[in-house]
Design a protein. Sequence first.
Lengths: 112, 110
Amino acid sequence: EPEVTQTPSHQVTQMGQEVILRCVPISNHLYFYWYRQILGQKVEFLVSFYNNEISEKSEIFDDQFSVERPDGSNFTLKIRSTKLEDSAMYFCASKLVLDTQYFGPGTRLTVL
Amino acid sequence: KQEVTQIPAALSVPEGENLVLNCSFTDSAIYNLQWFRQDPGKGLTSLLLIQSSQREQTSGRLNASLDKSSGRSTLYIAASQPGDSATYLCAPDGDDKIIFGKGTRLHILP
């Protein structure tokens, strides 16, 4: 069964460094998403992406965040200058059209 | 703006009991609703998906119902087992994003 994959599973970085979280959505899917979950808190929507552009973003998704689909298979989330409060689990999801979103296993980001 | 409330926030019961977890949401314009399971420090495991046109879905000991017009969903767990201990998340999908509830933290006592 097709699945969403994410790499790395755990990323440790120093405050102020740039990180790129990678996702490979299900191959024929058209809509892509990033969510995050700070430890002990609920899962929060960050951004949705369709037709090579952002379709919606939350107030969390400020100028330090960006998304890209560089090669038609990967979907990336870049954090330009990480802060301690960016430490969280980041989930990628994809869907075909008006059906369910399929979630990846997550990347745990630790900012020191 | 969609708001999702899950009750109770935590539940601790002895093994073998039947359980009902409740979810309410404010915006009924949803495509579907998923129930997820999350173990501590782990990812999201999709348990059941109910399309907006459906009333319920069943998988094994799990049954989820959806009353879209009233903004309610319930997850019923039959004959609970210690392995069911986890956090259960209600996730209505609409307006191009999923809004998650805070979850119900379930602890099944052996």
